[in-house]
Ligand binder design. Structure first.
Ligand SMILES: [Cu+2]
Length: 178
């Protein structure tokens, strides 16, 4: 599918209700719903002033503890991705000519020692974005009804997004406490 056409189709209604209120600990629980153009955590916290400056203040933020597994579930009707942000939005597409080795000069937004994470288990943000652009349902697409899970082992702040719906503001933060 043409990516631009795909993106153009992304402007639908937000606000599909999260199905059920399952909460953590249940086998059926998820922590973050993925709706039409947004991530909807079961609970959100405010981003404090002392968070790193690159953490967006106005996106849904989930707070967990080190060692917690976070489960995203696609409760909507279109494919999404969960892709960790490692640089300012918009830079990746501008640098897709560079190798996927991560050995570039851009600073990573991830906490020191933390691994990159993404649906599709890509090596880095460039590889995930390249896959999305070049392959049908690439980029680690999560189909409706499917899930992605990641266990956070390093405390700190994380910012992530959905590749096709980033222009619609589909972004989230995770704060991992000690
Ligand atoms: Cu999406």
């Amino acid at each position: 599918m043409d990516r631009r056409a795909f993106l153009a189709g992304g402007a639908a209604t937000l606000g599909t209700a999260v199905a059920g209120c399952l909460g953590r600990g249940s086998a059926d629980a998820y922590d973050v719903a993925m709706v039409s153009d947004g991530f909807v955590p079961q609970s959100t916290v405010a981003v404090p002033d002392d968070a790193p400056s690159w953490v967006p203040r106005d996106v849904p933020t989930l707070e967990v503890s080190v060692g917690d597994e976070v489960v995203w579930e696609n409760t909507g009707a279109r494919n999404h991705t969960v892709t960790a942000a490692t640089r300012r939005h918009g830079e990746v597409e501008a640098v897709l000519g560079i190798p996927d080795d991560g050995g570039h000069s851009h600073p990573s937004f991830l906490p020191e020692g933390a691994s990159f994470f993404s649906s599709g288990d890509f090596a880095n943000e460039v590889a995930a974005t390249r896959s999305f652009i070049e392959e049908t349902n690439g980029g680690g697409a999560i189909a409706p009804g499917e899930r992605y899970a990641h266990t956070f082992e390093v405390p700190g702040w994380y910012h992530y997004f959905c590749i096709p719906h980033l222009p619609a503001g589909m972004m989230g933060n995770v704060r991992v406490r000690e």
